[in-house]
Write a protein that binds this ligand. Structure first.
Ligand SMILES: Cc1ncc(COP(=O)(O)O)c(C=O)c1O
Length: 361
């Protein structure tokens, strides 16, 4: 009798193992995940409490109030929006709907690892285009496209590099890909990037019939624990995702809280201002203690630990842990000498730099 086994590509998926603060009663400074250091908006918290009295009810299956709140906030058409349990679910659903065994799905070298996982789950082949010094290389991506390329995933800005490519490069990518390839723009960190040449991709979705935009409430809105993401795209894509998603995939508290979060412009501005103040500070201070920091437009930085045979990346991680600070190793991105460090609150950023100076000198 054959043993039960999943498809071979599923066997290649490495389960995600986030860094976890030990449950030792200490107050850890956790800079390993990309949380909003200011937490959620007070308006979102009120809505969450209000939702508590209604959790015996199923949520809106058509996600109407949340889709309309997103549509109003971003001046887009609610009929072209779908909401999911985090943007990660949407990445999986799009992959599932458009790719399968025998197909190829394109992504980029240091691109968000959720793409590879979603691709492997479908049985399609992941084709990975090289980057240049931690930045997406559009021409390399176009070169790797074939008649079998069903989807091209682009994280812009990208995690864990923190870098972005300008809107005209995204247009060039679209123009260079085959028309049968769906371009998926994952703009999870768009709210943090106000560079004049950057776009989250809204216009390119509106001017094409083969581009999908993915956004999340986990970062700027500080709702990572609730799991809400959304997509904006052509009817074909929205209908396909709606066809395969769980009818009640976004919980009632998640829908109500996310809609309320969108109405708190003050909290968004405070979050942006905090990041705009501390991201450059952190980048400068990390460079001062000897790390190489890649230019980031996100709420984290990618930092390379100096090559020193007596001091590996793990030694730095261990030292920080002894000081009660967690950062993220990025070995699974082929970056064993780098760390991803999230911008924290003022006292957290300062404690990190003090601890790094102790070990790096
Ligand atoms: C680029 C990118 N896309 C998508 C996600 C998934 O976010 P969520 O599922 O919390 O919306 C992340 C999370 O870290 C990310 O960095």
């Amino acid at each position: 009798m054959d043993l039960l086994s999943p498809r071979p590509s599923v066997g290649q998926i490495k389960p995600y193992r986030p860094v976890r603060p030990p449950r030792d009663g200490r107050r850890w400074i956790d800079l390993s995940l990309t949380h909003n250091p200011l937490g959620p908006s007070p308006l979102a918290l009120d809505a969450y409490c209000e939702a508590a009295a209604r959790i015996h009810c199923y949520p809106d299956w058509d996600q109407d109030p949340l889709r309309h709140a997103i549509a109003r906030r971003h001046s887009i058409d609610a009929d072209h929006i779908v909401c999911t349990a985090g943007s990660e679910e949407l990445i999986h659903l799009v992959a599932q709907a458009f790719a399968g065994p025998g197909d190829e799905v394109l992504c980029h070298e240091r691109g968000y690892r959720g793409f590879i996982k979603a691709i492997r789950a479908t049985g399609a082949t992941a084709v990975v285009a090289a980057e240049r010094d931690m930045v997406v290389d559009v021409e390399a991506m176009i070169d790797r496209a074939t008649e079998r390329t069903r989807i091209c995933f682009l994280a812009n800005p990208n995690n864990p590099t923190g870098t972005y490519i300008p809107a005209d490069a995204v247009q060039r990518l679209r123009a260079g890909l085959p028309s049968h390839t769906l371009l998926v723009l994952d703009s999870a960190y768009a709210d943090y990037c106000r560079m004049p040449d950057y776009s989250d991709g809204t216009e390119i979705v509106e001017n094409s019939d083969n581009v999908m935009l993915i956004r999340t409430f986990s970062k700027m809105h500080g709702l990572a624990g609730l799991r809400v993401g959304w997509g904006y795209g052509p009817s074909t894509v929205i209908e396909a995702v709606n066809a395969i998603r769980g009818a009640f995939n976004v919980s009632l508290p998640a829908q109500m809280t996310a809609a309320a979060a969108l109405s708190d412009a003050e909290h968004e501005e405070a979050t942006f201002a905090h990041n705009a103040q501390w991201l450059p500070w952190l980048s400068r201070e990390l460079e001062r203690v000897g790390l190489r920091v890649y230019p980031s437009v996100c709420n984290f930085v990618l930092a390379r630990v100096p090559t020193d045979p007596s001091l590996g990346t793990q030694a730095v991680i261990d030292h920080l842990a002894r000081r009660g600070i967690l950062v993220k190793p990025v070995t699974d991105y082929g970056l064993s000498d780098c760390l991803r460090i999230t911008v924290g609150r003022e006292e957290e950023n300062k404690a990190l730099v003090v601890a790094l100076a102790e070990i790096l000198g």
